[in-house]
Ligand binder design. Sequence first.
Ligand SMILES: Cc1cc2nc3c(=O)[nH]c(=O)nc-3n(C[C@H](O)[C@H](O)[C@H](O)COP(=O)(O)OP(=O)(O)OC[C@H]3O[C@@H](n4cnc5c(N)ncnc54)[C@H](O)[C@@H]3O)c2cc1C
Length: 376
Amino acid sequence: MKNYDVVVVGAGAAGVGIAAMLTDFGVENMVVLERDRVGSSFDRWPKEMRFITPSFTTNYWGHLDLNSVATGTSPAFTLDTEHPTGHEYAEYLRLISEYFELPVKEYTSVEQITYSEDRFTIRVDGADGSEVIESRFLIWAAGEFQYPSTELFSGSELCLHNSHIESWKQVQGDDVYVIGGNESGIDAAIHLSRLGKKVSVLAENADWDARTTDPSENLSPYTVDRLREEMLGESISLVGKSKVKDVKLEDDQYFIYVKGKKSSPYQTQTPPILATGFDSSLIMVKDLFDWDESDSYVLLNEDDESRKTPGLFLVGPQVRHEDLIFCFIYKYRQRFGVVANAIGDKLGMDTSFLEQYRDQGLYLDDLGACGEECPC
Ligand SMILES: Cc1cc2nc3c(=O)[nH]c(=O)nc-3n(C[C@H](O)[C@H](O)[C@H](O)COP(=O)(O)OP(=O)(O)OC[C@H]3O[C@@H](n4cnc5c(N)ncnc54)[C@H](O)[C@@H]3O)c2cc1C
């Protein structure tokens, strides 16, 4: 059985980012297990979808590009674009993986993890069949995108989740209903409207006029700009307070039933689009974490380590500390330094090396510094 100091599960933005830092730091006995290729979730984005966070070559002036996950790299510089597509960003991740010579094992899926006596036993399925490996530390970076939320109401299996769309051009029909009104739902509506379709966005809780300074709480400026332009053509209707409770298919027509709507259900020939978010890969390791009261996020200590299973760390958009949501790259990458420091410390390494990452926005351990409101 192979024994590692560190196993990273997933080679997306989070897994590649933390592995690049640990490699730079000098952690050697490590492997990154990736069920597909490096950056494969980004390869699966709808062709037309682009990053909402802008990339810019700010590195020269001491500010890491907002979408960078590793020191000294910039997607804006590498890709020569401000809002990369998923494919472009996957290329950037693959370049980082090569540059840092990351020990990635592609096409190797983690199937089961057990923990006992301070070690993780991990069963993986790869090209050579099944294998069991062991590790002292486990970093969970398997993301959300490949674990969509699809079982939300009766008939939701008749709908198409936005993560399963290769290109918005594949959607037939002129009248499309999108269920969910956050970033993904509005992004879908914009692309469908650009293709000449009439789009209705049905959302239960969306507040499109909300204004907070945390972009996790409202639409990004990039989306607001695009939506404003598309709304001029009157092809998008935003229908708030619409909780979909049922979808039925009869005679090639989809009927969408909304709670409290007394008039007849919405009707369309096109399968409704689900933009309802993700269950997250954490369902695979649910029992290794304690969860908050509403079972919506995992409880982490100050090192982003499971409060229940010592040695299990979480990196990526599912990291949360009370009201602080780390769902964007520029947010969660700041915790890489914290995780590297905790692991380095336990491996007996000199962690002063990591101090340089503070100025680069890759090492934030004082969460009290977050949450500042803009006066104007
Ligand atoms: C539609 C969408 C748009 C977004 N846009 C932005 C944006 O513009 N800017 C921004 O900052 N953030 C954005 N985010 C949020 C977040 O930054 C991204 O989700 C980001 O990809 C998260 O990276 P990750 O590494 O956690 O997950 P992923 O990129 O999904 O990587 C996880 C990897 O783990 C692998 N994996 C999964 N399960 C297993 C397993 N069992 N065994 C082995 N490997 C496994 C997968 O193949 C995958 O490669 C967006 C999110 C979504 C869903």
